[in-house]
Structures are given as C-alpha cells and as structure tokens.
Design a binder for this molecule. Sequence first.
Ligand SMILES: *Cc1c(COP(=O)(O)O)cnc(C)c1O
Length: 459
Amino acid sequence: MTDTYPPGVQEYIQRGEALTAAEESRRAAMRAMKFDTIAVHGLYGMEAALANQGSIIEPTYLSPAQHFENSDHMEAALAYLMPAWAYSRVANPTQHFLEETLALLEGYGCEVATSACVTASGMAAVFMATNPFLSGRAPMNIVASARCYGGTFMLFQERYGAERGVEIRWVHDPLNLQEWSDQIDENTRFLYGELPSNPGLAILDVAAVAALAHEHGCPLIIDSTVATPALLRPLCHGADIVVHSLSKSITSSGMAIAGALIARHDLPSHIGTDEMREDFVRYVKLLPYRDHGPGLSPFSAMMIMNDLRTLRSKMDLFSRNTMQVARFLSDHPQVGAAFYPGLESMRDYALAAQQMWLVDGALEDGAPLNRYGHLMGFTMRGGAAAARAAFDRLQLIWRATDLGRIKSIATIPAISTHQQQGESGRELAEVPDNLIRMSVGGEHPDDIIADLDRALTGA
Ligand SMILES: *Cc1c(COP(=O)(O)O)cnc(C)c1O
C-alpha cells in the first residue's frame, strides 16, 4: 500500500525503516543487559547522543512541534510511516526514551514483547488502559478487585458504572478465585486488579487470575504502582496490561505527576480491531491518546527518567526500612494490627513471598531475595479519634496523601484518599476509619521509629 506514495515520500519511508531497524537492534542489545543497566541507559546510546551534541543525558525537548525537512517528510511522518513525533500531545522524544525504558523493565526477565505509553497522571493511565475495551453495545461488565485505589474505584463505579451503564462487578476478596470466576461471562470486557493494593495491601495471584481471564478471552489489567518492576513484573506472570501512577514509587524524589500503561503484544479481547489486539499501546498512542489528549510534559518525563535509573536500589532500601518499621508497629501496644505484605501474620503472606522479590537479587543459596516495598498500614487501638491524635503528633513523618517517596509520609485514608467513597465504599475496600497508611522512605529507620513511638504513646 505504501507504493501508492510519490517517490519522494517513499524515500522517507525507507529512511524510516532504517531508523526503526536501528532502534530495534538497540532494543535487542539492551534486552540482554541487567535491570539496573537498562534503567540507567534505556534506549539512549552513543549514536543517539552524537545526534544530540554528544550529550550523555537524554535531551529534554520542550518544543510542542517538530520541523519537517519538506512536504515529503511531513507526509511520510504524519501517515505514521516513519518514526517521527510531529506534536508533543501525540509524541515527543523525551517521552519516547522514558516509554522505551519502562517497556523494557516491565518485560525484564521474560519473553514478552511490550510497549509503553506515558500519561499526564496515573488516573489518565488507568483510563487509557480501560476505556478502549468499553466501546460497542451494552450489555457489558467489568470484573474488578474492590481492593483498589480510591480514584480507580470512583472511575469505575461513577464514571463507567453510574454515568455510562457499565456493570461493575466487584471482587471483594481478590484471593478468592471462585469469586473472580463466578462473575465472568461473555459480556465481560476485562479483569482488573491491584497489588499490593493502596491502601489495603491486598495481594492477588496474578498467574491464576490471568488464566481465568484468558479462558474467557479477556485481558487482565494490573495496577502495579506500589510494587514497581523492581519487585514484581505482572506481565511475566501472565497479565496483559500494567498501569502505574509514576507520580508514586517510580518518581521517588516526588517531582512529577504522571502515569504509564505497558502492554504485551497480542493480547486477548472480544472487542476492538486486530490492530488493537496486536499492539494495544501503539493503538492507544496513535488514536485514543491523540484524541483524548492525556500527554505528559517532556519536562516531567525527564524528572521521572532521572529517578527511574536508581529504582532497584531505592526499592531495596525502602523495603528494608519498611520491614523494620512494620515489625516495630506490629509489637506496639497502641496498635491493633499492622499490615505489610512481608509480615508472616498476613493471610496472603505466602502469595506475596512467591511474587515479590528484588529483581536481580538473590541470597547466597540462590533463593530469591524477598522485598515487599514501602507501603504499610496499621490500625490504632481506641478508634478513629486515637488514630487522628497520633497522626497529629507526628513531627518527622509528613502528613500527606502520596506514597513511594524518599520522604516518609502517613495518611488516614478514611478522611483523605477514600473520603468520597462513603462508608459502604470504604467497607467494600476494607478501609476502616482508624487505619493509618504509611509509606516509608529513605530516612534512617531508627528516626522513623522514634517519631512513631512518640506519636503513638502521646509522649
Ligand atoms: C496514586 C495512585 C493512582 C493514581 O495516580 P495519579 O498519578 O495520582 O493520578 C493509581 N493507582 C494507585 C495504586 C495509586 O496509588
């Protein structure tokens, strides 16, 4: 079909093929490297640097638009027949380097072909990953873990459910495979889960839920914000699409709001076109993303890329600190219960241990080095009032709603992230009003523990 283009355009198409081949060989070379190396370099190598004044750091192109050499170049680029970016709402070189690194990291250690797309927020990523499956006629339903982020709960329940008539079938206990399978039928568009969930720290068996989804020809979408690819890569367990709030753990210095969706190629879906199933992210990027406009600022893309380079070592540090804090809290007399995937007392501990370990880390005997991330929660004895009083006494740990930061923070989900769901929504998501959620950062754990001890005992 491309030979219907004039010879000048054909030349650009050929030039585009050479550029695509060069990028593919760089991608293959990076795929053979270790996680940290990919995180540090991504697709930006010496050749790309020489086309960028020799800079060893990726360029930050703030320009909204690309200049074309001539009309032939413009025609080839805008027909998507050669790599080009054209306009920053649709694509941008800085975003592109970030997307390529994320795609490589989520597919690390397994043989899945992946593509990634970055968005202006985590919620934009959840929307872009799910909305394309909700086209066409009713009846349609989605089967989703109720133990999910508050914003996701509202998107599904209110925007998709109440406003658009999509039937939302909540799974109350994501560990219960029967509950998932009982709710799937021929009108199910996708399955959706989050692990570890924010704030409830629920775990699910990604491989088993993926198998259920695939039996019914549906994709499984997983929000992996809290784990990051340093601790868990859902695509390697059979999931089809991963979403992240990059605003959280991946941008641990806390300098951007952003999201990402990363999908395997050739995913199952009853609806949509062959192009959509073949490369879902490419479809999203070229069409719905262009039309909905959730693009990420190139400046933010650079801030995120900078943090992403050291993701593995930071997740290791945060996890080790959190483990100490969780052990301290679980023994504290003022604490009702402490929740952390790494505590043996958790009902889903075995499943967490099986799925969450530090990438490229191993014990001396070769056993996986379990790491459980930075997110934990605990309930206060004495109910909501006691929880608020302890919270208000914190002097080092910030009172804030985000997580995954170099700085430790605490929040009360019932009055913040999960306020708008109402009591019944919170019950569904198991968010009691005396729950304090904590994200432990890079401070020395002794100082975090001292701040907590002071706050909890009221000293
Ligand atoms: C914060 C968060 C989101 C939404 O991300 P934003 O960047 O705030 O839009 C989605 N999922 C989880 C698990 C989150 O913690």
